[in-house]
Design a protein around this ligand. Structure first.
Ligand code: CS2
Length: 478
């Protein structure tokens, strides 16, 4: 049976936000909060969603006038809601000039980002812009036709500076610690390489508030699209399926205070986001990565399948108690024990099919803030790190590219080829660990040289090779 295509039912709001990265997370999160804000306050906060890579989002959204369905998967079954805050979708590689025009328009007051960790073109271990990154090299040579987020931001800011237009606020919404500071750092470094005066102007004028974002949103599958058609009677390839929970904590520091009332949807505007960020990155994303690598190796397809195994649920609880919470400050208004308890319940939601393989992607970009930060702090305080070291070892097994049954793993990571080669060239398991620890885009050399860390990771890696992930998890929780 064919279903009619979903279409917009209200006029598109004038654009006030350019958003880079129009994927599932943006549609389940930023665009929903903005729809809530405009429903309460009105306002010209329509979103121009920009893909820096593929035309997929445009091909899905534009025939629907930017409207799409966000389906919340709660205990009472799926609750679909049509979201209409996206006014326009652009594909940067097809027309970079149109993107720059939108970013330069005075009506654009916020440029927000969900470009994933690798979109910042930084060295994950140090947070510095990689000037040797191919997109950065390109964008420094061709400022008018950028490819990278830093390239677009700096060119658009430069045009605004020359036109005498106030700068937009740059709002990073990626899972990185101090994401505002990190975004500012790569933008300033890029601007410095172009023109020190421009860098000074940005340093003085442009705001980069930090945010903590949270809503579990798996990639949409073709089954999701069919299920939605059966549920609502229309075809919507742009739909997203997400958990009911959402939390957005935003540093309240915007140019001219120009921002939507995201508090309408429960967003929290605060003075300092850092404790919330650390809590979420380490408690949620840290155990997500633990479940992704160990769960994948143990044969679990999804997060809910893995935590249905009591040993994997206990793995999360022990990691939180012994190795993660001791490194997490108390954010105002949060009860950390309740927070981790609620996390486990969120992971157990059987309606959310969040693949371990999806979360395992881009581990080289994720490990430093999720796992290695807490490792370093524990070691500095003399606390052992057997669980976090097991996660690092599982990541090493995973990027080796062969699973426990001898089958290939489809490793997706900007460093995948390099990591695979490093692992393959080493003669034996201990040598593989040593060689991977020497990859300085992932491991800070001081941490990589720490004898307790080296020893614990090596032991965990040997255990994984000999006994497998399931037995290693059982051994850890015993
Ligand atoms: C996940 C996150 O894919 C991943 O790495 O850990 O996308 C996670 O689902 C979100 O941060 C939840 O807010």
């Amino acid at each position: 049976m064919t279903h009619p295509r979903l279409s917009r039912s209200t006029p598109a709001a004038p654009v006030g936000i350019v958003h880079l990265g129009p994927g599932a997370f943006f549609r389940a999160f930023n665009a929903v909060y903005t729809a809530d804000a405009m429903a309460r306050d009105g306002g010209d906060w329509g979103i121009c969603a920009v893909s820096l890579r593929s035309p997929e989002a445009r091909d899905q959204l534009t025939p629907q006038g930017g409207a799409y369905t966000a389906v919340s998967l709660g205990p009472d079954g799926p609750a679909p809601r049509v979201i209409q805050s996206v006014s326009e979708v652009l594909v940067a590689p097809e027309d970079p000039a149109a993107v720059l025009d939108r970013m330069t328009a005075p009506a654009t007051r916020v440029v927000s980002l969900t470009i994933t960790e690798k979109g910042y073109c930084h060295n994950p271990a140090t947070g510095q812009l990689r000037r040797d990154h191919p997109d950065i090299v390109h964008d420094l040579a061709h400022p008018d036709t950028p490819r990278s987020a830093p390239g677009f931001l700096v060119e658009a800011l430069d045009r605004r500076r020359h036109a005498g237009t106030a700068p937009f606020t740059v709002l990073s919404c990626d899972n990185l610690p101090s994401n505002g500071h990190l975004a500012r750092g790569v933008v300033l470094d890029f601007a410095q390489a172009r023109d020190p005066e421009l860098a000074d102007w940005i340093a003085q004028k442009v705001k980069f508030p930090a945010t903590m974002v949270d809503r579990i949103t798996p990639a949409t599958t073709s089954e999701d699209i069919e299920r939605l058609a059966a549920l609502t009677g229309y075809h919507d390839p742009a739909c997203v399926w997400h958990e009911p929970f959402r939390q957005w904590v935003i540093e309240d520091d915007f140019t001219d205070n120009a921002r939507p009332g995201w508090d309408a949807g429960g967003g929290q505007f605060v003075r300092d986001v850092s404790a919330f960020e650390t809590m979420k990155l380490r408690c949620l994303n840290g155990t997500h990565s633990a479940l992704a690598y160990l769960g994948y190796l143990a044969g679990y397809q999804t997060i809910s399948e893995s935590v249905a195994d009591p040993a994997f649920a206990a793995l999360c609880q022990k990691l939180w108690r012994d190795e993660i919470l001791p490194t997490v400050p108390q954010p105002e208004g949060e009860d950390l024990t309740a927070y981790t308890g609620a996390l486990l319940a969120r992971y157990q939601n059987p309606s959310i099919r969040h693949r371990t393989w999806q979360i395992a992607m881009d581990g080289s970009q994720k490990l430093p803030q999720r796992i290695l930060g807490p490792v370093a702090e524990n070691l500095a305080s003399g606390r052992p790190v057997p669980g976090l070291a097991l996660v690092v070892a599982a990541w090493m097994r995973y990027v080796g590219g062969v699973d426990e049954a001898g089958q290939p793993i489809d490793v997706r990571d900007p460093l995948a080829d390099h990591l695979r080669a490093v692992s393959d060239e080493a003669a034996d398991p201990a040598a593989k660990v040593a060689a991977l620890l020497a990859v300085d885009q992932v491991f800070d050399p001081v941490l990589a040289g720490h004898p307790v860390f080296r020893e614990t990771v090596t032991r965990a890696y040997l255990g994984l090779c000999q006994h497998g992930a399931a037995a290693s998890v059982t051994g850890y929780i015993a």
